[in-house]
Design a protein around this ligand. Structure first.
Ligand SMILES: [Zn+2]
Length: 479
């Protein structure tokens, strides 16, 4: 049993440390003391430690809402303390802590940051095959809510960070580890809170790595490494109609529900104009490079190509393409009367819009008001943000290319634009070059696990990812 063997070896090597920390272990982190500790870049040892830590991380229920990320911070802080790394807690409100830690370099280069979110989306245990917060390992998979999004990758970050200290790597850059709360609800208690209230702590960060990009297995041994550098920005709007409360037996077109539905019918038909942003053109230019020469031309100048009706129909017929060239609008929640026979005084709906880079939320709201054309309708932003793209001609982008070249010669590395959102956008707005990239392989068929039922992550990829991420960070921060 290699794990047991490693554990015994660790115990022998680290006896004095274990002895001095015994009290601390039994009171605070009894679970962690059972995790094996990798003392070299041995893949099996790193995998064993990563899987063990991720199991325990998943067992802390950080379903958002309410989040309760402070429990996750306690867990990470105890592990980092055991490695001699102090942390700072940044708490937006009770129970909603963020964790910040920094390893000092010689200051010759600016800092690099690893960031992940600790909160997870809800999981309905009744429909899961395994309990979502047990952190079980079965058939080569680590099961549990957050295994992919984002606790597994979070542990890859934590471990690659800790290995810098453990292996005494001399650093040219400071390395910051940031574990944030509240990503799944827009980051107000997490990344946004840090960017607004504690930015001085990360103001010297030049590069950041976060979730949002993986190595996609496209079949037939084709692997594409997507580096997310731009994304759409969410704009969540509450749209409401005001009326007079009435009896259901005496309906009127002026009833709040009826007014709202007329407005929603217009919005459902509303189409934003097609826009090809620089970021999207960058993505299609990179993809074109991998196409047969005869097929490339339209993708190299997409805006022009979209003037052609036949090409446009074909391109827009693919929903994945269409989302990248126009804002989208979804009507997600509806609320009216709580009683069958009462027309309410107020009816509301929530719109989930996703805006392309460079689009102003205020302009978009004005556009919708014009389309609705009804003074009885009110629009109020719930979450409003603008999208920022990161540059791709950078040292970090090249380092990712070199890492890929070593491990998967021939694989494609492409800048990627996503229609969802991550915390990277918040850091990009502050001038940090943040990429969504984790060096983990991901078959397309596993995508539905993210926010879905039976979320699970390959234990092989978890270990390999931790090792590769450590190597990538090391390339960036040491000679
Ligand atoms: Zn996530």
């Amino acid at each position: 049993m290699p794990n047991v063997y490693k554990r015994l070896t660790n115990r022998l090597l680290y006896l004095p440390l274990w002895a001095t920390m015994a009290v601390f272990y039994t009171t605070n982190v009894s679970a962690q003391s059972h995790c094996p500790r990798a003392l070299s870049l041995d893949l099996a040892a790193i995998t064993a430690e990563a899987v063990c830590l991720a199991q325990r991380y998943i067992q802390i229920d950080t379903t958002n809402p309410p989040g309760n990320e402070t429990a996750a911070v306690d867990f990470l802080a105890a592990f980092l303390a055991q490695e001699g790394i102090p942390i700072t807690r940044l708490e937006a409100e009770p129970g909603r802590a963020n964790l910040y830690a920094r390893l000092r370099g010689d200051g010759s280069k600016k800092a690099m940051m690893l960031v992940h979110h600790m909160d997870v989306v809800p999981a309905d245990a009744d429909v899961w095959t395994e309990p979502p917060f047990a952190g079980l390992v079965r058939d080569g998979y680590l099961w549990g809510r957050g295994s992919i999004d984002n606790k597994g990758p979070g542990i890859m970050e934590v471990l690659s960070f800790v290995l810098l200290k453990r292996l005494e790597i001399p650093l040219k850059r400071d390395v910051v580890l940031l574990a944030v709360a509240d990503e799944e609800q827009g980051g107000g208690k997490g990344a946004r809170f840090i960017a607004e209230k504690h930015f001085e702590m990360i103001a010297d960060v030049e590069f950041a790595l976060n979730e949002g990009g993986v190595m996609l297995e496209l079949g037939e041994n084709k692997i594409r490494y997507g580096v997310e550098f731009a994304q759409k920005a969410p704009l969540w709007l509450e749209i409401s109609a005001q009326g007079v409360q009435m009896h259901g037996s005496r309906p009127s077109p002026a009833a709040a529900t009826h007014t709202l539905i007329r407005a929603l019918a217009k919005l459902e038909q509303f189409k934003f104009p097609i826009v090809v942003t620089d970021a999207v053109q960058t993505v299609f230019s990179a993809r074109a490079a991998a196409m047969p020469p005869a097929a490339r031309a339209p993708y190299q100048n997409l805006l022009k190509a979209l003037d052609d009706e036949k090409f446009r129909d074909e391109f827009m017929g693919n929903a994945n393409n269409a989302r990248l060239v126009r804002n989208t609008l979804a009507i997600t929640t509806l609320a009216g009367s709580a009683k069958e026979n009462i027309l309410p005084a107020r009816a509301t709906a929530v719109l989930d819009l996703r805006l392309l880079p460079g689009q102003s939320p205020d302009d978009v709201i004005d556009e919708l008001k014009r389309a609705i054309d009804d003074p009885a309708i009110n629009i109020r932003p719930i979450l409003s943000s603008k999208s920022y793209a990161a540059p791709i001609d950078t040292e970090l982008f090249r380092a990712i290319g070199e890492l890929v070249g070593r491990y998967d010669p021939g694989a494609q590395v492409v800048p990627n634009f996503i229609s969802g959102f991550t915390d990277c956008n918040i850091f990009r707005a502050k001038g940090i070059t943040c990429y969504g990239f984790m060096p983990m392989r991901f078959p397309l068929t596993d995508f539905h696990f993210v926010h879905g039922r039976d979320e699970r992550f390959s234990t092989t990829e978890l270990g390999r990812g931790a090792l590769l991420l450590h190597e990538l960070v090391r390339d960036m921060v040491s000679d």
